[in-house]
Write a protein that binds this ligand. Structure first.
Ligand code: GUN
Length: 283
């Protein structure tokens, strides 16, 4: 069996085109969707992510502003910046790039972002609303995975989805979104004994454990849909996912590559959420 490759770059582009049209409509009504990105310190990966987010905003005509703060910024100074952004009319979405330096209380920072501008969907209010199935901003990576499944014509209702990983950003919300679409969901993680006995039951397997090439053929039920959320470096410093693509590709019915699978969807959904926030100004 050879599997269908889910092309996140192509699906992401398609969604971005429709988001761009909504940006044009908003501009006709005098609103330029604006995203503020707060970057603390000099983490090279964070700098790259942030630059990509800004570039993607500008490519579809949105406004983006980078607030760059030194590594030793005080908690209070950072919270003051966020409070200021909460008040600004030209900023519809606020994103604080994680991780933050160790002396900063990450939870307090996220909780300070106004829920109306929390386009990452990480604040306690957003998470609570998501759990209750209420209208809110969905966290971008799991939201992007749902869009990949939808655009690939993969039915979720009635399927057994197994999540490997339980992070606040991906694993936990991923299970919730699948559950809301009537999947039966099993959570597993790095401390689950006999992991293959669980993953082999998956119709849809979500790998979000953060370990290079960790998921192999022995974890897969033939014909499963395999979604790889990992972004790692292998022993040759080559970009790779949590799934050993070459080993798994023949067993899966559908599989996402790394790069070019889930990755492009995360920024796409950030654009979607920010435009949604701007559209709420018209309501
Ligand atoms: N760090 C890694 N992924 C993310 C993300 O999706 N949002 C933010 N704010 N920080 C991150």
């Amino acid at each position: 069996m050879s599997s269908a490759i889910i092309n996140g770059k192509e699906i992401g582009q398609e969604i971005r085109k429709s988001v761009e049209k909504r940006v044009e409509k908003l501009k006709e009504q005098g609103i330029i969707p604006g995203l503020a990105v707060v970057l603390v310190g000099e983490n090279p990966a964070s700098k790259t992510y942030v630059a990509n987010k800004q570039k993607s905003c500008e490519a579809i005509g949105m406004f983006s502003e980078l607030i760059k703060l030194p590594e030793d910024v005080t908690q209070e100074a950072l919270l003051d910046q966020i409070r200021g952004l909460n008040e600004r009319e030209d900023i519809h979405g606020i994103l604080v790039q994680l991780p933050l330096p160790k002396h900063i209380d990450e939870e307090a920072v996220i909780a300070t972002i106004s829920p109306e501008k929390d386009v990452d969907g990480f604040s306690p209010v957003s998470v609570g609303k998501m759990m209750l199935g209420q209208d809110t901003y969905l966290p971008c990576t799991p939201f992007g995975v749902m869009k990949l499944l939808e655009h690939s014509g993969i039915e979720v209702a009635g399927k057994h989805a197994v999540i490997v990983g339980r992070s606040h950003i991906v694993g936990k919300p991923m299970g919730q979104l699948l559950l809301q679409k009537d999947a039966t969901v099993t959570y597993t993680h790095s401390k689950t004994p006999d992991l293959p006995s669980f993953t082999k039951q998956a119709d849809i397997l979500i790998a979000a454990v953060g370990r290079a090439n960790f998921i192999t053929k022995e974890h897969i039920k033939p014909g499963a849909v395999v979604i790889d959320v990992g972004i790692n470096r292998d022993e040759n410093n080559k970009l790779c996912g949590d799934v050993d693509f070459a080993d798994v590709a023949d067993a899966a019915s559908h599989i996402t590559p790394v790069p070019g699978g889930v990755g492009p969807m995360t920024i796409t959904m950030l654009l979607e959420n920010t435009v949604q926030a701007a559209e709420k100004k018209l309501e």
